[in-house]
Write a new protein. Structure first.
Length: 363
């Protein structure tokens, strides 16, 4: 059988994770750490440096770039879009490079895939960026006309885990109703109805359960009082919501392993807050029982802190009445990217075209 070699690229703020796959099987996974003189540049200025380092890594493997079947990068901040695998077209490159919808290291994923794809003359894609938006109108509306709910969540991992679960159980993702909780530094819980995430909390906007580094949903009136108290700058308030909120704000650490050790050592505050997080995650899952009208095939727990047996047992004990609970710990983003590219080149899914902002949306 002809090899289907896929290069997957996941840029972070100070490093770039690179994976080489033969079909869905990983051949190589490496983290390329960048020097301060590179990470100190603007993201567009970092592009040629990161491209060179990925090329150098590929050369070390002895595999010619021309032998690749596809190159896939992590999708960045773009206009809201339907889930799927997207070709990196000119409009996407423009929106990623300009930061029109926000500048984030993941914006470099599509740009790197395109640059290397052009160099080696192979197809280049992104898969399921965080801005995947399949919300229904009931999920979008709020009690304030000026504000609509937006879909920003761990789309790549949630979609990949959903499809793995379906394949393992001889089913099709588009035939299942699932509730999936991604448990990481941020927590998002999505209601997947026959292949579409019809409702999910916005993991970047103070919505949903408290998480290791995020405040989650909190009483808005008290937030308004804090905003006008002159105690905090706007940037500080945003950090209290995302980055330095949640467990970190109370306990001074994001580390779930450390928190569980503190619990074992008798730290009552750590125990209370960690159990509160499990309680709120369970509530978020349970509310989607209503979203899906009680027709739930399975509940899937995934993400880095799904490795915690204590946490997943606490959640499962509260939501097991809804549907069977399955654990998929970790977030193998490189594999998820490769799987998306593989579905495209095998024509198992149609390659989508990015159309940009068709509704004047700002994320």
């Amino acid at each position: 059988m002809t090899r289907q070699l896929i290069l997957a690229i996941n840029p972070g703020s100070t490093s770039t994770k690179v994976g080489l796959f033969d079909g869905a099987d990983e051949i190589l996974s490496r983290t390329v750490r960048h020097e301060a003189d590179v990470t100190g540049l603007s993201l567009p200025e970092q592009l040629p440096h990161r491209e060179r380092e990925v090329r150098d890594l590929l050369a070390e493997t002895g595999i010619a770039g021309e032998d690749l079947s596809a190159i896939v990068g992590r999708g960045g901040l773009l206009a809201p879009m339907t889930s799927g695998t997207y070709a990196v077209n000119p409009l996407m490159r423009e929106d990623l490079a300009s930061g029109r919808f926000g500048m984030h290291a993941s914006n470099l994923g599509g740009l790197l895939a395109y640059k290397l794809g052009e160099l080696f003359q192979v197809p280049n894609f992104i898969v399921d960026p965080v801005v995947v938006d399949e919300l229904g109108p009931l999920a979008r509306a709020t009690g304030m006309p000026e504000i609509n709910r937006r879909s920003i969540f761990h789309a790549l991992n949630q979609k990949a885990v959903a499809k793995r679960f379906a394949a393992e159980n001889g089913s099709d993702y588009k035939q299942l109703n699932l509730i999936i909780a991604h448990l990481g530094g941020g927590i998002t819980v999505g209601a997947h109805a026959k292949g579409a995430v019809i409702d999910v909390n916005n993991g970047l906007d103070g919505d949903g359960p408290l998480a290791p580094e995020r405040a989650g949903s909190i009483p808005v009136g008290q937030v308004v009082e804090l905003c006008y108290s002159t105690r905090y700058k706007e940037s500080e308030m945003k950090q209290k919501i995302v980055g330095r909120g949640g467990l970190f704000a109370h306990l001074g650490t994001f580390d779930a392993i450390e928190i569980e050790q503190r619990m074992a050592d008798g730290d009552e505050q750590a125990a209370l807050l960690y159990e509160t997080m499990a309680y709120r995650v369970a509530q978020e899952i349970a509310k989607h029982g209503a979203t899906l009208r009680g027709d739930v095939d399975a509940i899937l727990l995934t993400g880095g802190i799904a490795y915690s047996t204590w946490l997943t047992e606490q959640i499962s004990a509260r939501v097991g009445y809804l549907a069977p609970v399955h654990i998929y710990p970790g977030e193998d983003e490189l594999k998820a990217l490769a799987e998306g590219a593989l579905r495209a080149i095998r024509h198992e899914e149609a390659v989508r075209e990015y159309e940009g902002d068709t509704h004047g949306t700002r994320i």
